[in-house]
Each structure stands twice: as C-alpha cells, then as structure tokens.
Design a protein around this ligand. Structure first.
Ligand SMILES: [Zn+2]
Length: 498
C-alpha cells in the first residue's frame, strides 16, 4: 500500500522531530518501519514528482514539454497488475493525477475525485476579483485606478481586501469551504474496494490532499491538535489572506503561525484516517502481510524563503525533502537505522518491487535499495559499496521553472530548474543564458540562506556540476523515442478533445 500526501514537508512529521503532535499514529508506524531520514523528490510539484514515485523515472526524461506518463510506460501499478495484483487508486481531486496525464495506467480501479463537489466560495472573494459591470464594480475600478495614480495602491488593496471579507456571506462550517475531498472519504472508498477484491494480493494507492491549500481541515482534527475549535470565518479569512498577491513576505508574517496551524491540522486529519484504515486491515488480517509506504509528492513553503505554497520556482529543502517510511511485515522488531544518505524517489519503486519479490522493469531508472535498508548501509559511500552494488550518485531534482499550468504546452516550455543534492551540499541551477548556479552547505547553513563557493563548497561545486552534466547527458542519450512519441500523442489527443 502506498500513501502519498500532497504538500507534506518532512519537518512537520513527528517521527522527523516536529514538536507539535501532527502524527501520533504515523509515529507509531514509523517506529516499526524503515524511516528514510533524507528522502528527496525527483521533481516538484505534483506533476513533476509523481513519475519518479510510480515509474522510477525522472520527470523531464521524456522532454521538457511532456508531462505525465507515456501510454505503455511501466509503473508500479502495471508491473504489479501483470503479477496478479488487484490494483486500485483513490486520489483526492488533484487535477494533475488523472487519466489526462496517464496516471490511471495499470489500475483496475482509478478514482481521481475530480468530480468532487467543492464549494467555490473561497474563490469569489478576493482583492483580485475583476470589477464587474455593475455600478459598484465600476466605482471600485475607478477608486483603484485613482489610488494607483497617487501612490496609495497598498492602502487601497488592504481596504478592499478587508471590505471583501466584511461583505462575504457568512459561513457556518469549515467543511463547506473545503476544495478537495478529505481523507475520510477516500479511506471509505478504499475500504469498500478492499472488500471487493477477495483474496487477491493488492496494490492500493491513496493520494491525500488534506495538507494542500486552501487549508480547511476537519474540525475534529483541528480540535485534537490545538485543544480548541477554529471559527469557520477565521479559517476563510486566513486562507484568503494567505493567497493575496499584493503583499510582500513581511505582510504575510503576522498570519503565518495561524496558517501553519491549519496546515498541521490537515496532517493530523490524515493521521486519524490512516489509523482507521490500518485498524480495518488488522481486523481482516490483511495488515499481517501488508507492505506500507508513506511519502509525499513535495513539501510546502511558509515564507521560509519568502514564498508560499509550492510553485516550481525554487528547490529548497522545505519543498524537496519529504517524509518516507516503509513498513515491511516481519521486520517490525528488527528495523535498523537508515543512514542519512539522500534517497531519491527514483529508487522507491524498484525497492518496493524487490520487497514483494517482483522483478523491476529494465526501464526503471532507479535501483532497489532494499539490501541497504536492511543492513543500514549507506548507498552513497564508496567505502561500503561493491562492484555488484556501486555507489549511487547525489539525488537530482528537476522541474520546468515556474511552469504553473502544465495543461498548457507553452507553460511547459520553460527553462529547466535543476538541483543536485548529496548528503551535505546542494547545487541549484536555472538552465538559461546568463543564469548562475548556487551551492549550499546544508550542514553549516541548513536554512539555505547563504549560497557560497568557498572552502569545502568549492570542491562540492565541482562534483555536483559533474553529476548535473552526467544527468543531462543521460537524459539526452537515454531518451526512449517511442515513449516520447506516445506521450506526445496522448497529450495532443487531450488537447484536441479538450
Ligand atoms: Zn502536489
């Protein structure tokens, strides 16, 4: 069973040392699992991350302009289905996890919940709302124009935002504001699917959106986490405020802690629901043989580097470092400490296949780390590797810079943003003329505030640049032309059919 949480950064999980009790149940699972301390996504956000998780493939391997899976591409689901597994996916309404991008391949049952009946109220009240044709709208437009002309834009924006909040219709429940189905709905669906598949082995994938913005957690989870209730109007105010585009980072800082509280409650909500799912698996004894994996497609930023959410404009740790643990039945009492070598998501699918004794397809770009996990042996340390299992290079992360809407082909044709991360250093480069790369020493500067190329970073820069070069070379020479063509054709068909 694979559970991916959208937007869950590693440092907000209890088993990674977060002080707030976001994950009491998952902490207990992690304590009997192989916990990877440095799990790194292969790309961010969702549409750049999922190919590595499901198909052990770098996100831009089919070209910068291709997003999603190629028809016929091997994934965890296709391989396990061919091996006789029942395969089911329940994904909480993320528009990029859908048949449009080939994510349903290999799944006998695939529910993307894109038909979830979300309440659009939160989109209707914002300072960016275009002025309507009404008299009030025209008046507003005139005032805005005038305020801009006399240097009072900030004052206007603030007053207009507060005005919008004041006239917004009353809201009586946080549930009514939620955009994505909460985890309880998906767990219900997963449970009924599990009862329908009889005795067959199964591969269940749940993609949960509870920690994703807008942050509207179920009230029980918020109460459990904080010991009090959240007033629905306040939750809406915070979410509306947090998505404003007229403020600088300092303008958001005063709301940050409250917004994080909502985000954390979304994590707590998932924790409650995973507990419920595992309990039902225990009752039916399916848990006895269940390999359980929990990870995230990427993290989330809360002004760590001045930004919010998770747009592909930077590859800082709060975005690329995600939780990952693997619970393997039979080894609960013997799990060893996993070394802090960065583990790219690229290696997850082959590792899982080896655990369940299924041959990984040769097209997978990653390698199984199952032996390393069992022995607690680093996979990036030349001293412990052998000819049979050579050292794995640093983790590579790539995405299209600022590609905010992969539905549009022109949005995808943007410069590549690339990061190369080893256990201590990270190189980040935007691949366009004139751009320079940055090197961070994550040991001396874990907050990634001081890029520099002196001392040990100088040596690291050379090494990581070399790894970047090799990666780009592999991308070009290793490209599967048939897969590229298939993915393009799928894309074209979707564009034509709308
Ligand atoms: Zn995502």
């Amino acid at each position: 069973m694979l559970i991916t949480l959208d937007c869950l950064r590693a440092d907000h999980c209890g088993w990674h040392g977060y002080a707030r009790r976001t994950t009491p149940f998952l902490d207990s699972l992690a304590s009997e699992s192989f916990v990877v301390p440095q799990a790194i996504v292969a790309g961010a956000p969702t549409y750049y991350s999922i190919p590595a998780i499901l198909a052990s493939r770098m996100p831009l391997a089919l070209g910068r302009d291709v997003i999603g899976f190629a028809p016929g591409e091997s994934t965890l689901a296709t391989v396990l289905r061919e091996s006789g597994y029942a395969t089911g996916a329940f994904c909480a309404g993320n528009p990029y996890i859908s048949p449009r991008f080939g994510c349903d391949q290999g799944f006998e049952v695939f529910r993307d919940f894109l038909d979830f009946d979300a309440q659009p109220t939160h989109d209707t009240i914002s300072p960016e709302t275009p002025p309507g044709a009404s008299l009030r709208g025209q008046l507003n437009h005139a005032i805005k124009h005038f305020a801009g002309g006399v240097g009072l834009s900030r004052l206007y924006n603030e007053l207009y935002f507060q005005y919008c909040m004041k006239i917004a219709p009353p809201v009586y429940s946080v549930d009514a504001l939620r955009r994505f189905p909460a985890a309880d709905i998906l767990v219900d669906e997963a449970q009924s699917w599990l009862t329908s598949i009889g005795e067959r082995p199964f591969f269940l994938w749940l993609h949960l959106m509870d920690p994703h913005s807008p942050y509207y957690p179920p009230m029980e989870a918020f109460r459990e986490l904080t010991g009090r209730d959240i007033e629905p109007g306040r939750a809406r105010y915070l979410n509306e405020y947090w998505k404003r585009s007229d403020l600088t980072p300092s303008g958001f800082r005063g709301k940050r802690d409250e917004v994080i509280e909502l985000y954390d409650a979304g994590i707590r909500s998932v924790d409650r629901q995973v507990a419920r799912l595992v309990e039902s698996l225990k009752q039916t004894h399916l848990w006895d043989d269940c390999v359980f994996v929990l990870t995230a497609d990427h993290g989330e930023e809360f002004l760590d580097h001045g930004g919010r959410f998770h747009a592909p404009v930077r590859l800082t740790e709060e975005i690329v470092r995600v939780p990952l643990f693997i619970r393997v039945p039979g080894s609960e009492g013997t799990v060893v400490k996993v070394p802090p070598s960065p583990m790219s998501h690229l290696h997850l699918a082959p590792t899982l296949l080896e655990i369940v004794d299924v041959q990984a397809p040769s097209a997978f770009q990653g390698r199984s780390l199952w032996t390393n996990l069992q022995r607690g042996q680093a996979w990036d340390d030349p001293a412990t590797v052998s000819a049979l299992s050579p050292a794995i290079g640093p983790a590579i992360i790539e995405c299209g810079y600022d590609c905010g809407n992969p539905f549009r082909a022109e949005s995808r044709r943007v410069p590549r943003l690339l990061a190369v991360r080893d256990a201590r250093f990270k190189l980040v480069m935007r691949m366009e003329p004139g751009a320079t790369e940055e090197v961070y020493d994550l040991e001396a500067d874990p907050a990634e505030m001081r890029p520099g190329v002196s001392g040990p970073a100088l040596e690291a820069r050379k090494r990581l640049l070399q790894a970047a070069r090799e990666h780009l070379k592999r991308t070009v020479t290793g490209q599967d032309a048939v897969m590229v063509l298939r993915a393009r054709l799928r894309d074209l068909r979707c564009e034509i059919l709308g």
